[in-house]
Design a protein around this ligand. Structure first.
Ligand SMILES: O=C(O)[C@H](O)[C@@H](O)[C@H](O)[C@H](O)COP(=O)(O)O
Length: 206
């Protein structure tokens, strides 16, 4: 079971500073690109807007959506569309998730979490496995989440765990309770399964 560093009451700017620090360290540690996966939903985008004001060589960054809704990129529900609009003008590359992609090792895996304990699009009904042989899956959440009632494509638990460090940004007391129970090994929700498999540092901003 992972132990996590919990940083409470963080502002989007605090999280952007933390991310800039981690990315700066990753850029300094290699000549090549730095590869991260980032979540969709609503939380990450204001943080990314602030992150991109920091003075880093964004042309060295490769961004993988952790998941997406199966909609065109110009659809308002598209995570990839939003990430492209933010990262590409700064010079970063945003990968298109397809089940044919070879998923790399990530310098950082950034996740959100739903109140039902889903991460990426690994909803409880999809019964995500730590020994899943596939890297990317197409899934149908059941029930379909009302805020984004679409089929999904998602990195799997092994893909997300193939990372040097894991970041969660989880806002709200309900979600914090779900996260704490998962961290304590008191649930079998997707977030708990990921935490059970994590050997790398886990940081959670609330
Ligand atoms: O495509 C998605 O919706 C996300 O990848 C999903 O896993 C998200 O991270 C959580 O649902 C939290 O979403 P909020 O940040 O909106 O709370």
């Amino acid at each position: 079971m992972a132990d996590a560093t919990i940083i409470e009451n963080a502002t989007d700017g605090d999280i952007a500073d933390w991310l800039a620090q981690r990315l700066g360290e990753a850029f300094a540690a290699t000549e090549g690109p730095v590869t991260i996966t980032v979540p969709g939903g609503s939380t990450p985008f204001p943080i990314i807007e602030q992150l991109l004001t920091r003075d880093l060589d964004w042309s060295r960054l490769v961004v993988w959506p952790g998941d997406d809704r199966i909609v065109p990129e110009d659809h308002e529900a598209s995570n990839t569309g939003k990430l492209r609009k933010l990262f590409e003008p700064a010079g970063a590359e945003v990968v298109t998730l397809t089940i044919m992609e070879q998923v790399p090792h990530f310098d950082l895996a950034w996740l959100g979490m739903g109140a039902d304990g889903h991460i990426a699009s690994l909803f409880p009904n999809t019964d995500p496995k730590l020994d899943e042989p596939r890297s990317i899956l197409r899934l149908t959440p059941d029930p379909l989440p009302p805020e984004a009632p679409f089929d999904r494509i998602s990195l799997t638990l092994p893909s997300l765990l193939a990372s040097d460090q894991i970041l969660f940004v989880i806002r709200g007391s309900d979600k914090r309770t779900v996260f704490d129970q998962a961290l304590a090994g008191k649930s079998d929700l997707p977030v708990a399964r990921l935490l059970a498999g994590a050997k790398q540092p886990v940081t959670c901003f609330t």
